[in-house]
Each structure stands twice: as structure tokens, then as C-alpha cells.
Design a binder for this molecule. Sequence first.
Ligand code: 26Q
Length: 821
Amino acid sequence: MATKFNKEKFKKEILDHVRNFSRKTLSDATPQELYQAVAFATRDILTDDWIETQHVYNAEAPKTLYYLSMEFLVGRALGNNLLNLGIIDQVQEVLKELNIKIDLSLIEDQEPDAGLGNGGLGRLAACFLDSLSTLSYPAYGCGIRYNYGIFKQEIKDGYQIEHPDDWLANGNPWEVKRNDNAQEVKFGGTVYSYCDENGNVHYEQKDFQSVLAIPYDMPILGYKNGFVNGLRLWDAEAPEKFVLRFFDQGAYEKAVQQQTLAKTLVEVLYPNDNHYQGKALRLKQQYFFVSATVQSAIAKFKKSNANIYDLPQKVVFQMNDTHPAIAVAELIRILIDEENLGWDDAFYITTHTCAYTNHTIMIEALETWPIELFKTLLPRVYQIIEEINRRFCIELREVHHMPENIIHDMAIVCDGQIKMAYLAIVGSFSVNGVAAIHTEILKNDLLKNFYNIYPDKFNNKTNGITQRRWLGHSNPELANLITETIGDDWYTDLTALKKLTPYAQDSAFIDAYSKIKHNNKLRLAKYIKENNNIIVNPDSIFDVQVKRLHEYKRQLMNVLNILMLYNEIKANPNGNYVPRTFIFGAKAAPGYRRAKLIIKLINSVANLINNDPDVKDYITVVFIENYCVSNAEIIIPAANVSEQISTASKEASGTSNMKFMLNGALTIGTLDGANIEIYEEVGDDNIFIFGLTCEEVLSLYKSGSYNPWDIYNHDEDINKVLKQLINGTIIHSASDLFIELYESLLNRAGDNLADPYFILKDLRPYHEAQAKVAKAYLDQKNWNKMAIINTACSGKFSSDRTIKQYAEDIWHIKPLILPKK
Ligand code: 26Q
């Protein structure tokens, strides 16, 4: 059912677009103008598929998933769309025949990333959309059309500087505005209740401010199946713009307020990752897109269904973390206030329609909102949350016979705060974690009280990634080699990679595989030369840690190990060392001071090492600016070593670990998140595991018996490195710059434990594991075998597998069959 490609039509569209939109001939068009032209021509092709998919939707009215997420970190669309349409070669021919001199990949580089997410959670949502369409499941992604996505990072004098990400500056060729589906969302005001003649109580919100939610749909294509779902991103507009013309003071003021609200609402993505900040605007954003989505889902449902009680058979809302958890209360509100249902029916329908995914056990990431703020902003929704809580506490007392102290701990509304995770659990029929160990920690630790009363709600869905983008698109040479060797089934069934296992013993295959890795390293070396002006040795180990900067991810431990290595070489400059390039990429939340200081430390250590003639042949340190989806596509295929070194229990799953594995990097990692499942797939011989286990970490927290000074006093090498943080070794002129980091590793401060992430505790085992990595790399043939085994064993980590599990176990949705063309 692959889309028909009409070469002459495609050519004409490119020429017409350049002519009509840029008033130019092709030879004068800039690369950006060429991108726009190719994107519009491509959009024209997929539009027919999109319309057709919509027709089937309308005819069949299948059960539909609404994936609610504050973040969709999609990245670029052009290359991915060409891949999924199966027309890359044809488009390349067209460019050639049109005498266009620049490469398709350079045209693709003109597209700004759709960076509407921070990291793992947002990228997971994007991979899920790709899998949903490839598997033909009826689904919408629902989120916010931020005017500014995740900030652009510049490194200046070693420090992170943030710049706004004006991703819509040149327009967005992929989106379609849908005025006909606009929704009104109401904020503030007062709730009045009145009794009708039958004695039923009704509620009405008055004196509110309203915002118009306008959807923009972006097409999400399945892989060569003609299936197109929509990513629906809501923009905000002020209603009744005309009111501004009136002189009535009250109306004028209100109109201005509404304008301001609409303008600020969707302005920018909050750049926090795994850290909660209780800002009123964030809560407004959450309610805005959730209310618009729930309203439009119900309106659509009612078009083809007469009975509102059938909602759970036709609609499922998956809440991506607690950020959209307000959906629970909003759905109850609509069912009661607008559909005139009683509480019990509204609650039953809601708790059979909503499902919740937890992505973190980090206490500082758990969302709670002050009652006062909530009540002022969303008075009716607050009443409903209070009522959910009141009834829940009664259930705990009367049905589950819970003691009062436990009821207090489990209450949704308590001590002036609303706990969104508890609201999500009580309001959902499914609660899932994102890797096996993470789900176990939820059940036995963080959410154990809830697990005790609702054991059947809890389930695991180990994360996955889409092989279309993370191998097919980002590593085309390896994709081709694999297809030549075992066929192309892997595009839609990643477990087919298992067939590569025997080729790990095949010299010709090993050579071809390692040649491709080398080419990918050259491609990254070129990127680094252009962006950092650093020349890296492509024969050195490319050792990569790319992810958000967070203390629990322990980039600091990586740096301390580099300093230990540096000291070893300085002490014995004539020794034999395996050359290594340490590559970092990481954005820090703009308000996270310590994370930003760690970026400065990495850059300062890079400066020290890259300019030291004693060591620069053995170690190079590179910090790649502005880590994002599009440079991840260059970085990951070039890696030999994948750094997955979080404090055990802290990384819910991780997903870059899977991307690296797929592309043949060996993991050095802790037994945390999905690393454990990677370990199970590849076995002991093909991974470097070190450090504390989850159990050990959790029991050290409980006993409080960890004292980093023991390590400081007994391990000379670690002692030396710590002193170097504060004695001017790293920056001669500013020896006190990193005192904060030194202190955080050794001394407690207020509520903060000393070395809360066990960096010093795991540093020696990490250093030893790194020595094993170096030794293993010397045997290139065996290293390549291990790399091939990693690729061959990565089948489990396709988001296709994850999505099938969600669809079958939680959502109960079925693939839609499109008519044959
Ligand atoms: C919350 C409130 C206010 C402002 C921001 C936030 C906020 C935003 C983003 C809180 C958390 C996040 C992101 C969390 C996240 O990315 N978690 C990651 O999810 C991945 C997908 O499941 C996992 O693989 C990672 O382990 C997990 O860290």
C-alpha cells in the first residue's frame, strides 16, 4: 500500500513552490527555500493518505487513543517522512534531474527541530506516535503548540547560555490549522450552584476568563502503510477580539486580560526535566490543553455514539506522567455539568477511560499544587478534586480499614497541597512504570500503599524507541548492511535482528560493520571540527554521555574518572594507554545552578586536557553544544561506548541506552532502569556493569550509614581528584569556582545528604570498569563481535513492542484496516 510517487508532479511542485512563495527560479533559491519546496511537495503526497485514513476513521468509529502529553520531542520531519513514504531514492533522483547542487541531507538540515520537549519523556511520546501509525492504531497525540520549544544552548567561556528557540520563524510546512475544531477553555471566576425543579443541583462558573483553543494537526506517518495519524497541538487565541473596541471599562479590561492570557499561555515550554516547579502559568498550560482535548474527544465521540455510558468502549486517555492528570477531574466535570450525569456514573466512566504512566521516583519531580492557587484558577475543577478526595478517604476508612495515619499519607488533598500522582492513580484503571525495576520500585516503595489497595491497576510497560528514526534514518549505511544481510523485516519487526547473531562470527560482515562504525565516527568528527574546532582521533574510543544534565545521571562521576585517568598519564607519560575521546552533550535547566556548574567543570577539564601535550594524544574531551534530536542522530551512530551511569533506582528507564545498543555501542552502566533488561538480553560478556544495585542504594538511604569521608580518606587517587577540584589544577586563576561541587560530595548541607547520589561510592568500581573497557577495545575483532551482538539483541527495545503491549493490555484498541489501493 506504499504511496504512489509521481516524479513529474513532484518536480513541478518544487518549481511552483519556489516560484510562488519565493518569487525565484530554482537556481536562485536558498537552501531554506529548497527545504520549504521539498517539504510542501512531500506534504502534498501524504495528504491523500491522511484524508483516506480519516475517512476510514469516520466510517468505522473505532476505539481511539488520546495520548496526552505536555511534551512531544519530535525533531525534524522531512527525512523521517521520506523514509516512511519509501521515496528517498526517488526524491534524490528528482533533485539531481532538477540540477539542484546541494545534497538532500543538507536540505534536511534546514528544518528546525520541533523541540517541544525536554528529554526522555517527550522523545518517548514521539517514538510512540511513530509506532502507533506504523501499527495502524487509531490514535491522536495531544499537546501544546509552544511558540518556543526547548531553549538553544550556547557554550560561552565554558558556561551554558540559553537562547529562545523560535522554531516557527519560517512557518511550519507540516501543520494544518483546524478552526472548525476550536474549543473554549475557562479560567477563574466563581462557581454558583442552584437547584432545579426536580431537586437536582447544578453548577455554573461565572465571571471567568476564557481562551480559545485552536488545534494545529501535524501528520504522523506509518512506515510504508499509507496510514496517517495526527499530532494535535493546541494554540491559544483570545476570544471576542472585537470587545477591545468598546468603551465600557469593565469589558475593555477583561478583553485585555484575555488577550494577555492567550498570548502568554502557549508562549514557551518549561525547560525543567525531572524537577517540578509550581508556577501558575504551568498549571494554566496543563488545564488549557487537557480541557481542549477532553472536550473535543467527547464532541467527536458524540457524533457517532448515542450513549455517553459507552465512552470507555470508544475512548482512552493515556496520561504521560501527572502533567495532564487534571484530565481526571475535567472529564468528571464535563460528565456532570454538561452531560448531566450523577457522581457515581461520572466517576465510573472516568476511571474506566483514564490511564496513567509514571516516569519518575525522584521526590523533587512529583507534582503538587497549592490549594489556594488551584482554587483561584480552576474553582469548579477544584471542587471536583475535593469530592474525589473526600470519597476516596471514606473508601480507605470503611472498605480498606486503613489507619488514620495511612489515610493522611494517601490523601489526594492534604496539608494545603494537591498531589497529582495520587489523583492520577485514583482516577485511572491502569498505572504503569516504564521498566521492570522501576515498576517494582513503584509497587514496593513509592506507591506501595496504593498497590496494596489496587494491585490490579499496576503494570509494567518497558520503554522502547523507533528503529525507523534511530537506525533507518540516522544510520543509513548500517541499515543497508543489515537489509542486505537479513532482509528488511526489521523495519517493522525489530526482533528480526536476532538473525544477525551468526554474522558476529563472519569476518566479512565484521569488517563491513566496523567500516560503517568508522564512517559514522568520521561524520561525527567532522561535526565536532565544525562546531567545536577540535580535531578528534577517529581511531580512539568514542565514549559518549548525552542526556539532560542532572546530578542523578552522574556526569560528575564521569568527569572525576577522566581526572583520575589524567593523573595516571601525568604520573607515567610513557605508559601505554588506549586513546579515548570523551564526548558530552547536555542541557541543564536554566535555574539548576549546580547542573550548570557541572557543565562549566566539563568544559574546564576539556580545556585543561586538550591543551596538555602529555595527555592530549590519549584523552580528548568534547562538549557538544545544544544536544537535541537532530545532532543525536549524528552522535549516537558514532559511539563505541554508551554511558548509562545513573545512581541505581533513579533512572526510571532511560531510552538513549536503547538507541546506543541498536547502533552497536557497548554499555558501561549501573543496574538501573532498562539497563537491567539490556543486560538480560546481551549477557555478561557484552556489557560493562558496575556499582551499587537498587536494593543497596535504597538500604543505604534507610540506614543512613554512608559516609563519603571514608572513601576520601582511604582512596588516594580519589582523594587527589577531589582536592584538584579546589586547588587550582583545573582553572589556575579561579580555584574556588568548583567548591560547591566538592562540598556536595563530602558534606551535608541542611536537608541535603553528603554525596546523595553515591558518586564517590561508585567511582572506584566505575574506574575499574572503564579499565576493562579500554582493555577490551584493544582486541578490535572481539570488540566488533560484541557490538554486533548488541545490535542483534536489541529487538526487545522497539517501541513497536511497547505500543503493542499498551494497546493489548491497557488501551484495548485494534489496528484499523485501510482499503487496498
Ligand atoms: C513538572 C512540573 C513543572 C515543570 C516541569 C515538570 C517536568 C517536566 C518534564 C517533570 C518531569 C519531566 C520529564 C521527565 C522525564 O523525562 N522522565 C524520563 O522519562 C523517560 C521516558 O519514560 C525515562 O526513560 C527516563 O528514565 C525518565 O527520567
